[in-house]
Ligand binder design. Sequence first.
Ligand code: 3H9
Length: 692
Amino acid sequence: MQAMVKIERHGDLAVIEVDNPPVNALSNALRQDLLAAVKAVIADGHLRGAVLACAGRSFIAGADIREFDQPPGAVITLDICAAIEGASKPFVAALHGTALGGGFELALACHARIMAPDGRVGLPESRIGMMPGAGGTQRLPRLVGAMAALEMVSSGRHVAAAEALKLGVLDEIATDLRKAALVRAGALADAGHWPVTSARDVAPVDRAAFDAALGVIRKRARGAIAPVAAGEAIGWALDLPFAEGVARERARAVELRGSPQCRALRHIFHADRRAARLPASSAQAPGVWPIKQVGVIGGGTMGSGITIALLEAGYKVTMVETDLNRAAAAEARIRAVHARHIGTGRLAPTEVEERLRRLTYSYRMERLADADLVIEAIIEEMPAKQAVFRALSPIVRRDCILASNTSRLDINQLADQVDAPERVLGLHFFSPAHVMRLLEIVRADRTSAEVLSTALSVAARLRKQPIIAGVCDGFIGNRILGRWWAQCDFMLEDGAFPEAIDQALEAYGFAMGPYAVADLAGLDIAWAGRKANAATRNPNARDVKIVDWLCEQGRFGQKTGKGWYDHTGGKRAVDPLVHGLVERASAERGTVRRQIAPEETVARVLAAMVNEGCKLLAEGIAVRPSDIDVALVHGYGYPAWRGGPMHEADGIGLDKILATVKIMQQDGPDFLPAALLEDLVATGRSLASLNT
Ligand code: 3H9
């Protein structure tokens, strides 16, 4: 096996180079080798200084998170940081790619930091339920101040080189990184003294402002422990001597490492990456078609959002609308979003101009003759969508991928309209499409592996989180959503009120409860759908009428000022009229209303999700349980720190979930226990065992 750490000599200076692909993660073995190398350089009387650098695409991206379930090992990163910082010669960190977590902490312990122009640094531990444990929370505020450090550790964001330089993290940005680092190490050695981060004081801070910012972090965390713990540790840097702060940080980090939240977030980290891979059966590395020119048909909310996302990713876009007014409305929407980005400083006016130059509007589909990909985003009606696909077929090249943004319609029926149906698939974006991360890629019966693979590469370029779904009503996300929202409606009839259900689910960690979300999204579209599908409804399904009654009164949610709540004056207030309708629904069903505890709300919602998830797996609509977790976390506000419903269900026990489903089966055929769930319980297997 090749050594993971090597020492190169450059005269009287050394370069310690770490080489542990793909991202130089600090494994137990690497930490041992690295500490040995640092000690060897320190002990070598011919060497006056050293550079710490990495081979490959990145500097050390942090501790090896695959080892978090094992004991820490003989050498911890803290030891290496201490050896470097206390060395009798200067160490300079040469950073490229992503210097993250433990990697960044090593750099903070060095006596200077130089970074390549496209490099990034950060302490993203809180995103995986962890916090820095090698002095990061104590050294960072000594360089950048407590407020900036607080923001960095709680958000976990990656900071680009230019900002890092401005903040005081870096000493220099250099294109010829190794050379600049060697020059710096030589200069520090010549001077005979060098800065030691831990010896610096943290700049004085307005303590009340710091505590207020920590309070905001606590509120926004909605139950997530790590961002708050990391923030509190920055406070220790203000209150405690360095050594004490580091000891407390280490103890808390070890605690978090073994926590259920850390396990759940690591599950999501791996699940995200698994979801972006083709299922094993088609893993013969299919080719990826080049995509440069994209057509978007329909400039409504979805079409405009998709266009903004495509422009951000660098594509050339032609938007096709039916008339001047609609095109003007789309343009206004797109310009408004870009103007906001200029206003917040996210984009420079020149960047916006460059993006908008890549966008053309047209009323003629013929303009899409050169497109590599066309995304249809018109009204959610099958005949209209079929007409678009029929019209496109003779215009576009045979290797132009044709996608629909439908959230539930049968993609196969669209593929039937065109030549070469193997290039047709669904690209279901979530609203607002330029903001939401989830992208459901819907594979129709004839979609080819190349087309699927190309869609995954488009998702990566758009920085979206893809999941692959099969064709069914609602695909993965909306089908599961339909079931658990139905359970919420049943709970209203059984005895709950909307605000109690929202509160229970918000306390569980959802960003918003279902009734608050419904009011935000608008009740009218679902109402129209219910009316259109009335004839096909299963007569044995339990049907709750409350939302229809709300819509009949013109209460469509926030846009009309009233829905499940009264939003008059911009506040979400409980409305006695809604309570009256809820009680009427119970009375009409002949139900004696009873108290529904928050625990029952959560148990029924979770059981509905997991049961339907198992049906999706058995039908081959979802590839793996972890894809369902990815969908719910990135598209539906499920708390990431719980790892998604399928992960959570394994933790609770599938037998308990099944017991709840068995009670719910009285609610009709949609809630019959999934055969897969019963089988897993009978054979003592977990959902995680199905993650391939
Ligand atoms: C920490 O450092 C704690 C310390 O304070 C010490 C306390 C004592 N470990 O994402 P990609 C794998 S906590 C193991 O597809 P990209 C990843 O699974 C850690 N493996 O590429 C994937 O493998 P596969 C703090 C890791 O270019 C492959 O590398 N650090 C790790 O889009 C490529 O990854 C973090 O939280 C890891 N730490 O993004 C950083 N990181 O192909 C987490 C990656 O088999 N990582 N892998 O699925 C990231 O944010 C991104 O992976 C990164 C690269 C930006 C580095």
